[in-house]
Write a protein of this length. Structure first.
Length: 254
């Protein structure tokens, strides 16, 4: 993925990593469209950041995704980058189904079905372009689990394997598939997580990501240095130690 000159749609970018990445991409000369469910947040972003475009989209609603895709492509027919940022993370206790089932279903719908719907809405258009990128968003927790967030871990592992497989299927097209793998980052993904001393500061994370995109335009996975502890535990042979460490030190990890 080139660092500049793109038209980028980022659903789920009204806060946190998504918004910070949207602003960083805008600063580098990209046309950026931010998507989200809450119109008041979209209106605020448009007012505070002139030049950032917005569209309402709820990725848990197939009709909303279709309508948003038609809107975005109607206004920006040169759209060539999709970043499937939308996602939720919830603490769950699986000892009692009544305490976790609704949360688990919502997490899978948002974190797995949402990206699938978004990719389905744009993949044909992308194949008509000389160069296009689908950037999925998994997590370091796709590779080592945080015990308090079972459905989140599972959803991000699904996104990792989906990314791997789509890359194989789309290898005969002009569409690149890139997987962004965040570590714990100081955002409001979980209550109190923005103050988590074990998490990476948001501005540092986005700066490192932008640097990786610029210096490694053909990368299949965007991995800041700190996520490699989680990503490669099994390959290094210290997976059990990695799992023990993140569950002992970071009760609200990403």
């Amino acid at each position: 993925m080139d660092i500049t000159g793109n038209t980028v749609f980022i659903p789920g970018a009204t806060s946190g990593i998504g918004l910070a990445l949207a602003l960083a991409l805008r600063e580098r000369g990209n046309t950026v469209v931010v998507g989200g469910r809450r119109t008041e947040l979209l209106d605020r972003i448009a007012a505070e950041h002139p030049g950032v475009h917005t569209v309402r989209v709820d990725t848990t609603d197939a009709g909303s995704v279709e309508a948003a895709a038609a809107d975005v492509l109607g206004r920006f027919p040169g759209l060539n980058v999709l970043i499937t940022m939308a996602g939720v993370m919830r603490v769950e206790d699986w000892h009692r189904p009544e305490s976790f089932l609704a949360s688990a279903e919502n997490t899978i719908t948002t974190n797995v079905l949402g990206p699938i719907r978004l990719i389905a809405a744009f993949v044909e258009h992308f194949q008509t372009l000389p160069d296009a990128t689908i950037m999925t968003v998994s997590s370091g927790l796709a590779f080592a689990p945080l015990k308090i967030t079972p459905s989140y871990n599972a959803s991000k592992a699904a996104i990792h394997m989906l990314s791997e497989t789509l890359r194989l299927q789309l290898a005969d097209t002009s569409v690149r598939v890139v997987e962004l793998e965040p570590p714990a980052v100081r955002t409001d993904l979980l209550p109190g997580h923005a103050e988590n001393e074990h998490a990476m500061p948001l501005d540092e994370y986005v700066a490192e990501v932008m640097g990786l995109i610029e210096t490694q335009p053909d990368a299949r996975e965007i991995q800041v240095e700190s996520v490699k502890f989680l990503r490669y535990g099994e390959a290094r042979g210290d997976y059990d130690q990695v799992v023990a460490a993140i569950n002992a030190e970071d009760p609200h990890g990403k």
